[in-house]
Design a binder for this molecule. Structure first.
Ligand SMILES: [Zn+2]
Length: 107
């Protein structure tokens, strides 16, 4: 789901312009959005799931996201902004750890 160019940029281990550019070129507006989620530290690591906090919160589990963009527009085949953000957050360890289970906050 992640483009080779983004994966390559990640090897440098930095959230910088090179990574931004690779995200924008390969993943368009979703890549750009992912970059800002990271810059603004919106990725949270709960004990059970990763969650990206935007206008709404979205639960990401590897290559799955509960957002409508992923499920409807992308037909669960390509990475949405949340999946991209979590993938990068894991690689660069750019997330806040929350010592709780997200499932406890779900309805
Ligand atoms: Zn999503």
């Amino acid at each position: 789901m992640i483009s080779d160019e983004v994966a390559k940029e990640l090897e440098r281990g930095k959230l910088d312009y090179g990574l931004y550019r690779a995200l924008l070129i390969n993943h368009g507006k979703r890549g750009e959005k992912a970059f800002f989620y990271l810059k603004e530290k919106r990725v949270k690591r709960y004990r059970d799931f990763f969650v990206v906090v935007g206008e709404e919160e979205h639960v990401v589990d590897n290559s799955f996201c509960d957002c409508p963009d992923f499920q409807i527009n992308l037909k669960a085949k390509k990475a949405c902004a949340h999946i991209l953000a979590v993938y990068i957050a894991k690689k660069l360890k750019l997330y806040d750890e929350v010592d709780a289970y997200y499932v406890d906050f779900m309805e």
